[in-house]
Structure formats: structure tokens, C-alpha cells
Design a protein around this ligand. Structure first.
Ligand code: AMP
Ligand code: MG
Length: 423
């Protein structure tokens, strides 16, 4: 068996791996289905938005010159010539001494150049003149007040969402505004997930002697979903050549864009997984200078990239975070694939003699205008609950042995859920 072992830093391994990925094909989807996807074309405004000048408040469309001197002591009385709701237009012209009662969003009637809000008139007062078709303006409004100008949000022909943008609810709203009923996005990557190990049983089963439940198949599938991919959980593969072979074939038939395996790639392992991978494609076995998750396999099986993650549940998840997630984002045409890294003050102490870069599970909280990070608990690569409690991975540089309380450290924010702010 030919097995190439390569020693790499995390950055080298990431760069080497990402080199092999390109954005996938593009497809057109109905607008709402584009949420969470990546836009694959530049989208331009097809008209000015708003398309016409309109009222920014409920009130009276008037001539600014009529109301510029109005005040409680010298109210200005105007005759109401029309009532205009959003969605309607009028040909009646506002002239000096007249007003159109207008609702927010209704087009400014001809002649008018200013909107006086209801609160600046006698509209709500007990002795209001409304029933007589008249209104008193009680406060000065400068000309042009409470209007929205045509094109103040978007100009016809302007680039409003560019290719490579991750589509959030706000982008959906902008796209709807410019009439993009269907949008071109990158195809979602199909990821075949294979958990390997004689000791594994599925989630619905009770583990017998020597057995454990398959966590990685699920955590990795969930990570794929969260990163915009389509996961296929292949049945657990026993550590036999036939079974591994059959599972990988199944993934190829399904049309996987990426294989994610877990287990069987570490140095001390029984060689079956590596042997099958090597027999089916071109593989490299990396020792990445990181903790957790040193052994990573990367290569191609009949042209389909395969990322082999370590079996320990935390290593499998961290390995996904650092390697698979960026690859999935790149396949989806995203312009950047790095999670935010913040600076936080560490409040615990850790000491580790390893030469590897450490990713330490921490809880980041905001207090007194600063971020503080504390350990989630034991850092063993089998302690999956410490991953579940974490919102960040504190990055300890290669070779740094001690991180004491008060150290300011970079933290990769893997999740940033709502703060518990005591409400
Ligand atoms: P391996 O990389 O196959 O040597 O596995 C390393 C450790 O991870 C062993 O303790 C395995 O039992 C455990 N492990 C491997 N695969 C999984 C899995 N899918 N779910 C939970 N634990 C696993
Ligand atoms: Mg194993």
C-alpha cells in the first residue's frame, strides 16, 4: 500500500485543500428559496426605488411656502381638496391655501412639495375642522419635509446585490424590490458522509458491549446543512474492505461533490480505511499541526474530493470547521469563508506542551465593553459536550505552552447565538 504522509500547518493544509475546489454550477431558484444561498449574478435595480416621490408620514401634502411660518399662535388654515391613500394617484393640483390629506407611501400630488404630519395639525383635536373639510397647521415645516425622493433608496441601473453575496432576509427584500422573482444561485454541494468503525451503532440502537453510538455521522451532516450543503448519511461502514468499498460506491452513484469520512485515518489505526481509500483514488495522509484533530486525509476518489476526518467526535467537528466548511462555502461561490475572529480576554489557565496550534473550546461573553472567554470544561477530543457548550474556539499559536488568566487571545466564533441578557 502506498501511503504519503505529509506534515503541514493548519494554514498550509487549508490552502492546499481549498486549491482543489471551485464554485459549482449555477441554478435558478424562486426568490424565497435563495435564502442562505449565494448569489451567482450581479443584480441591478430595474427602476428607481421609490419610483415616485411620496409621503414619509401620514399628514397633509401642502406647499412649503404656505406653512413655513405656521405656529400655535398663528395657525395656517388650509382647504382639503382630496384624500389620498397609498396605491392611488390624483390629478388634483395642490395650490396655495389647499392641501391633500395623504397617507404614508402615497405619491405626492402635483403642486405639493411638503408633507405636514398629523401631529403638527389640529387633526386629532376635539375641535378639529376636519368635518368641514379644513385643517389648521399648528407648526412650521420646512419645504421638502417628510418626503421620500424618487430613487433615494436605489437608482435605476444601480448594482444592488453583487455575485458572491450570501443571501440573507435583507437581500431577499432588496431582490424582491427590484423584481427578481427568480435568482441565479450556486448549486448546493452534495456531501456523502461516511462514519467508519466496528464499534458504531446507529442513533436508534442501544450500544452493546464495546459499542458506542455514531455521533459524527450526525454532527457532520448537521454541519453540512448549516453550511448550505446537502448531506447524505451513508450507512455506517464496518472496518472491512468490502463494506467501505460498497459505501463509497454508493456515494459516487448518488453524485457526491465531496466525501466526508470519519475514523480510521490516524496513525495507529488498523489500516483498512486507508487501504480502501488509496485503492480507490489518490490520497494523502496529513499530520496537521493542530489540536484536536491531527490526522486528516485528503484526496480524490474517482475525481470526487474526499476529506477524511479523525474519529474522535470533537476532532471530527473541528476538522469540519477548519477544512470542510471553507470548501463548501467556496463551492457555493462565496467570496469569503472565514468565520469572524474576535479578541477576548481569557479568564482561565491552560498549559499544554504540544507544538501544535490548539483550538480550545470556550464560551465567549460580553461584559463591560470587552469579550471574555472561559473554558467549557475538559478539553479531551472525546468530550463532545464541551463542544456543545462552546460558542468559540480560542486559537493558541503553535508552541505557546501557557495561556494565563488575563491573556488577550483570538477566538474563532463558530456560533454566535443570542446573548442571555437576563430578560
Ligand atoms: P478512529 O479515528 O477510528 O481511530 O477513532 C478514534 C475514536 O473516535 C475512537 O474512540 C472511536 O470509537 C471514536 N469514533 C470514531 N468514529 C466515531 C463516530 N462516528 N461517532 C463517535 N465516535 C467515533
Ligand atoms: Mg475507527
Amino acid at each position: 500500500m502506498e501511503e504519503t504522509i505529509v506534515l503541514r500547518s493548519v494554514d498550509e493544509a487549508q490552502a492546499e485543500m481549498l486549491r482543489h475546489f471551485r464554485p459549482l454550477e449555477r441554478e435558478v431558484v424562486p426568490l424565497i428559496e435563495a435564502l442562505g444561498r449565494t448569489l451567482a449574478e450581479d443584480v441591478y435595480a430595474d427602476m428607481d426605488v421609490p419610483p415616485f416621490p411620496n409621503a414619509a408620514m401620514d399628514g397633509y401634502a401642502v406647499l412649503g411656502d404656505d406653512v413655513s411660518q405656521a405656529g400655535p399662535e398663528h395657525p395656517v388654515e388650509l382647504r382639503i381638496i382630496a384624500d389620498l391613500a397609498a396605491g392611488y394617484t390624483t390629478d388634483l393640483k395642490v395650490e396655495s391655501g389647499t392641501a391633500v390629506r395623504i397617507m404614508t407611501g402615497a405619491p405626492l400630488p402635483p403642486g405639493a412639495d411638503t408633507v405636514v404630519p398629523f401631529e403638527d395639525t389640529d387633526e386629532q383635536h376635539a375641535d378639529s375642522l376636519l368635518s368641514q373639510g379644513r385643517v389648521k397647521v399648528l407648526k412650521a415645516n420646512r419645504r421638502g419635509a417628510n418626503l421620500r425622493q424618487a430613487g433615494e433608496d436605489m437608482r435605476r441601473g444601480e448594482l444592488v446585490v453583487s455575485a458572491g453575496t450570501w443571501i440573507r432576509p435583507a437581500e431577499i427584500g432588496v431582490l424582491a424590490t427590484v423584481g427578481a422573482a427568480h435568482v441565479r444561485v450556486y448549486r448546493r454541494p452534495r456531501v456523502a458522509i461516511l462514519a467508519t468503525g466496528d464499534e458504531l451503532v446507529d442513533v436508534g440502537q442501544r450500544p452493546g458491549p464495546g459499542q458506542i453510538r455514531n455521533a459524527n455521522g450526525y454532527s457532520n451532516a448537521a454541519q453540512v446543512l448549516a453550511a448550505g450543503g446537502i448531506p447524505l448519511q451513508l450507512p455506517i461502514a464496518r472496518d472491512t474492505e468490502d463494506e467501505l468499498h460498497a459505501r463509497l460506491e454508493q456515494g459516487l452513484e448518488w453524485g457526491a461533490d465531496l466525501f466526508l469520512t470519519s475514523g480510521g485515518v490516524s496513525v495507529g489505526d488498523y489500516d483498512i480505511v486507508k487501504k480502501v481509500l488509496v485503492s480507490m483514488g489518490s490520497m494523502e495522509f496529513w499530520r496537521v499541526r493542530m489540536k484536536p484533530g491531527k490526522p486528516i486525509a485528503f484526496g480524490h476518489i474517482r475525481g470526487v474530493p474526499l476529506l477524511g476526518l479523525p474519529g474522535n467526535p470533537v476532532s471530527a467537528m473541528v476538522g469540519f470547521e477548519l477544512f470542510a466548511r471553507p470548501a463548501l462555502l467556496k463551492m457555493q461561490g462565496r467570496r469569503s469563508w472565514q468565520r469572524p475572529i474576535i479578541q477576548a480576554i481569557f479568564t482561565d489557565q491552560i498549559r499544554d506542551r504540544s507544538e501544535r496550534r490548539q483550538y480550545v473550546r470556550v464560551i465567549v461573553e460580553s461584559r463591560d465593553d470587552d469579550f471574555y472567554a472561559r473554558l467549557t470544561g475538559e478539553q479531551g477530543s472525546g468530550i463532545l459536550t464541551s463542544m456543545s457548550k462552546a460558542n468559540g474556539l480560542m486559537i493558541v499559536p503553535e508552541g505557546q505552552e501557557l495561556v494565563g488568566p488575563g491573556s488577550r487571545m483570538p477566538v474563532l466564533m463558530i456560533d454566535w447565538p443570542e446573548w442571555n441578557n437576563g430578560l
